[in-house]
Design a protein around this ligand. Structure first.
Ligand SMILES: Nc1ncnc2c1ncn2[C@@H]1O[C@H](COP(=O)(O)OP(=O)(O)OP(=O)(O)O)[C@@H](O)[C@H]1O
Ligand SMILES: [Mg+2]
Length: 240
């Protein structure tokens, strides 16, 4: 499980996060909601080592990862699917997936295992299998998002961080992304999800945290948060 305690982080002299405490239990889906600029992406960046926390602790299955270089954190089993669809456009779908497995490969890991993982990804994302030889840059936006998620999963991660997987997608594809997240949850993948569609995120999550100006403003079981009048007014809007 992933445990974040009193995390303080920011950019240069600007402090963005003020003593954030979040727990992501094994096999659970936890969502972090909040307005634009609240610090959601910054939280994920500090966890995965893209920025260095100024203080606080972060542990992955009991191992302290705060301040470690990001490649080391990846090797320990933390996968981060960042904001925006990050795929290698000039490589095929298959090669993108192989690169995802690379950080955890050691001389000891049998090659067959990676092929098995790839097969598992094709079962989760059948559309990627149909397009396995296609260059990633020519996939549709939704397909690239699937590939970005599948590539992160190829790490066989202990925890998957997902930053706005639905960003920039048409409504039908947004639905598909959420259906995929629900399938990953069924497969007991441990996830921390950041989403602009807070209502949909709370529908699929077990537990939620609300971030306001870099501070935790609330937390609770997702269903409870969804019915909280203050959360509804601030983040879910009248339409939800
Ligand atoms: N590289 C950076 N350098 C300086 N300030 C930054 C940087 N990235 C983000 N910030 C600032 O940190 C604050 C939190 O940004 P962050 O990206 O974490 O928000 P967010 O909750 O992910 O928002 P959104 O919903 O818009 O993605 C904002 O005020 C932002 O301007
Ligand atoms: Mg963000």
């Amino acid at each position: 499980m992933l445990k974040i305690e009193k995390l303080v982080a920011g950019y240069g002299k600007v402090q963005v996060l003020h003593e954030i405490t979040i727990e992501v239990p094994k096999g659970k889906l936890v969502t972090l909601i909040g307005s634009n600029g609240a610090g959601k992406t910054t939280t994920l960046r500090a966890i995965s080592g893209m920025i260095e926390p100024s203080s606080g602790s972060i542990t992955l299955n009991g191992t302290s990862i705060a301040g470690l270089p990001s490649h080391e954190i990846t090797r320990l089993g933390l996968a981060h699917s960042p904001e925006g669809r990050r795929v290698f456009p000039t490589l095929s779908v298959t090669d993108n997936l192989l690169l995802g497995a690379f950080p955890r490969l050691t001389g000891k890991r049998p090659k067959g295992e990676v092929e098995k993982d790839m097969q598992r990804m094709f079962e989760l994302f059948p559309r990627l299998q149909e397009r396995r030889e296609q260059l990633a840059g020519t996939l549709s936006g939704g397909e690239q998002q699937m590939l970005a998620m599948a590539r992160a999963l190829m790490l066989n991660p202990e925890v998957l961080l997902l930053d706005e997987p639905s960003m920039g997608l048409a409504p039908k594809l947004v639905e598909e992304v959420f259906a995929t997240i629900a399938r990953l949850k069924q497969a007991s993948i441990t996830m921390l999800l950041v989403e602009q569609f807070a209502a949909a995120a709370l529908d699929v999550a077990d537990f939620g945290y609300v971030l306001e100006n870099g501070r935790l403003a609330g937390s609770g079981p997702a269903a409870q948060l969804k019915n909280d009048p203050a959360v509804r007014a601030a983040y879910l809007g009248a339409a939800h």
